[in-house]
Write a protein that binds this ligand. Structure first.
Ligand code: 13P
Ligand code: ZN
Length: 271
């Protein structure tokens, strides 16, 4: 067996958590990532039929039986993932009952997966139903995105439209827009179900006055989605209190979407 610490997916998790921490998106234990892995890539490093211990999920994940995920640990600081992946990350496989996770590696101090696992796994199920290539779900607390929650209406169409206006490339990067949930109690199956419902339609879901979820085929795609929203929110927060002199017009957004050939939420524009 090869050394798991050299696995590309462990390296990706370490580097992504370090990036997110340095961007100020993930204070303390804020944020979590789950990344679905291929059986054969994991089998080079671990016995995928082994089990260090079993951890109850607390919800039904029958649709993911046998699937393997690398997931950040609950209460673990993104700051520390890079230097101690085995304590701060875990690799789990959904057991045959669909209600238990078998721990294949990690959570070395007796820890467990993120408290947001319901939102993650339910979002994986939802995204896979519309995009079989989806692999990553990422949750974060990006500063400007969060700040914008307090001064902008939490309405899907209005929030997306404002973000699209802030950077020329926004409508190209997230033409499907941003789904919005009101403030809800986090760490519950209820917020997981609500997030997954939005994920059938959006790759980005805002948790009102809490943070954001992104989903994508790769770590780069998912990170890039949240990064682009955060950049747009930063421009908004830098300008919201100033007189608006110029703006990207809706007709210009249509030209962008058509030129780059993306399927966009036309109903989110005011044409
Ligand atoms: P965890 O430490 O359980 O991953 O929770 C962090 C978080 O961001 C809750 O929404
Ligand atoms: Zn959070």
């Amino acid at each position: 067996m090869k050394n798991i610490l050299n696995a590309p997916f462990v390296t990706e998790m370490r580097n992504t958590c370090a990036n997110m921490y340095r961007l100020g998106w993930d204070e303390r234990n804020g944020g979590n990532i789950s990344y679905m892995l291929e059986e054969n890539e994991v089998a080079e490093y671990l016995d995928i039929n082994s089990s260090i211990r079993e951890i109850p999920l607390g919800f039904d994940a029958t649709a993911l039986i046998g699937k393997i995920f690398i997931v950040t640990g609950t209460g673990k600081y993104f700051k520390n993932v890079h230097d101690d992946p085995e304590t701060n990350l875990g690799i789990i496989r959904i057991a045959e009952d669909g209600k238990t996770a078998r721990l294949l590696w990690g959570y070395r101090d007796g820890g467990r997966f993120t408290s947001e696992l319901p939102a993650h796994l339910m979002s994986h199920i939802a995204r896979l139903s519309v995009d079989p290539e989806n692999r990553v779900v990422m949750h974060s607390h990006p500063t400007h995105t969060l700040a914008m929650n307090y001064v902008h209406e939490l309405d899907e169409k209005k929030f997306t439209h404002t973000l699209w206006e802030m950077c020329t490339e926004c409508i190209v990067v997230f033409p499907d827009g941003v789904g919005v949930l009101p403030w809800m109690l986090c760490g519950t199956n209820e917020i997981g179900e609500a997030t997954a419902e939005k994920m059938k339609e959006f790759r980005l879901v805002l948790w009102g006055m809490h943070g954001i979820y992104g989903a994508g085929k790769t770590m780069d795609e998912t990170f890039g989605l949240i990064e682009t929203v955060e950049k747009a929110a930063q421009i908004y927060m830098l300008t919201a209190h100033l007189p608006r002199v110029n703006t990207i017009k809706d007709e210009e957004m249509v030209r962008l979407a058509e030129f780059f050939g993306v399927k966009y939420r036309r109903d989110f524009l005011n044409l």
